[in-house]
Write a protein that binds this ligand. Structure first.
Ligand code: CUA
Length: 338
């Protein structure tokens, strides 16, 4: 026959269970960007509000259940074989196990439905951006402006922007946690969502649907700017590629047009009209290379062009057999494309 556990021993177990549970819950917290709990737009505000509501309800339920377990352990009489039965537990089970969960879950469901309705595209979203998923980068088009770009969406602060999403190959998912919820990009189908940034900044997004080898290196940036800066960006993007400013850039343009670059990439206003890879017309102004794989610096770009497979294995760009002079000229040209 086992001896009843001493009160100190029971208490140790209760502390262990409660402490472990809290540590597990708090371990996921953090203020590192991009976090859905650091919202910068009305859509993400809704999501964060719902998250905190669920968190506090869960926390209260967790504490109440822990207290009940502690009370039950402290008041236990007898050992495992001779437990003393007490009366009056049925009401607790009916109220705590049926009535309270039904009320709480129904209330949460209603709040969830309200937020779901609020997340539909608002009437005033007159700016449309088309985003197409590719393995593993994002094509970005402003159809009304004739702009084609990649891996970066520029938006004016405070204005809702309608996003029309589709995919060229497999299912991807658009997710910028600080601005909005996830929406899938599906081949042969368009989904619509919207973003609105309430303050200027660069918000990092990430493909949120496993899409193959480089799913993790499929990032997108949303750059939210004050209306004036956004108008300036728009005007610059509308223009075809800048003329080569110096002899090196001019040779670089020729290298781009004559080598295999032009088969996959477009630079508006040149002989490069490929559509398999990102449009490079204003590549020099972009912040990253390879959909967030590297910061857009001359050194990183050189390494990427020579053999991007070492940075992002499996991506569709083959190594480029260029002479070092050709590479330097090409870098000068690409950097000048602003
Ligand atoms: Cu695209 Cu995961």
């Amino acid at each position: 026959m086992s001896r009843p556990r001493a009160p100190a021993g029971r208490l140790r177990w209760v502390v262990l269970v409660v402490g472990g549970g809290l540590a597990l819950q708090l371990g996921g917290c953090g203020r590192t960007s991009p976090s859905a709990l650091d919202p910068h737009g009305p859509g993400a505000d809704r999501v964060a509000g719902l998250w905190w509501l669920l968190f506090w309800i869960s926390a209260v339920v967790f504490v109440v259940v822990c207290l009940l377990v502690a009370v039950a352990l402290a008041r236990r009489r007898g050992d495992r074989d001779t437990l003393v039965r007490r009366g009056g537990g049925e009401l607790l089970i009916v109220v705590g196990g049926v009535v309270v969960p039904a009320v709480v879950l129904t209330a949460v469901y209603v709040v969830g439905l309200r937020d779901l309705r609020a997340l539909t595209v608002p009437e005033g979203a007159d700016l449309t951006v088309e985003v197409t998923g590719h393995d593993w980068w994002w094509e970005v088009r402003y159809p009304a402006e004739g702009i084609v770009s990649a891996n970066e969406i520029h938006v004016p602060v405070g204005r809702p922007v309608r996003l029309v999403l589709t995919s060229r190959d497999v299912i991807h998912s658009f997710w910028v946690p600080q601005l909005t919820v996830k929406t899938d990009l599906i081949p042969g189908h368009t989904n619509t969502t919207w973003i609105q940034a309430s303050s200027p900044g660069t918000y990092r997004g990430q493909c949120a649907e496993y899409c193959g080898l480089q799913h993790a290196k499929m990032a997108i940036l949303v750059v939210a700017e004050p209306p004036d800066a956004y108008a300036g960006w728009l005007a610059a993007e509308r223009r075809p590629a800048a003329a080569a400013a110096d002899p090196a850039a001019a040779r670089g343009r020729l290298a781009l047009e004559r080598n295999s670059c032009a088969a996959c990439h477009s630079v508006r206003g040149t002989a490069a009209t490929g559509t398999l890879g990102p449009d490079l017309t204003h590549f020099g102004g972009r912040r990253t290379i390879g959909a967030g794989a590297l910061p857009n610096t001359r050194g990183n770009l050189g390494g990427w062009i020579v053999n991007s497979q070492t940075v992002k294995p499996g991506n569709k760009m083959p190594p480029q057999p260029l002479t070092s002079e050709e590479l330097q000229d090409l870098l000068a040209y690409l950097e000048s494309l602003r």
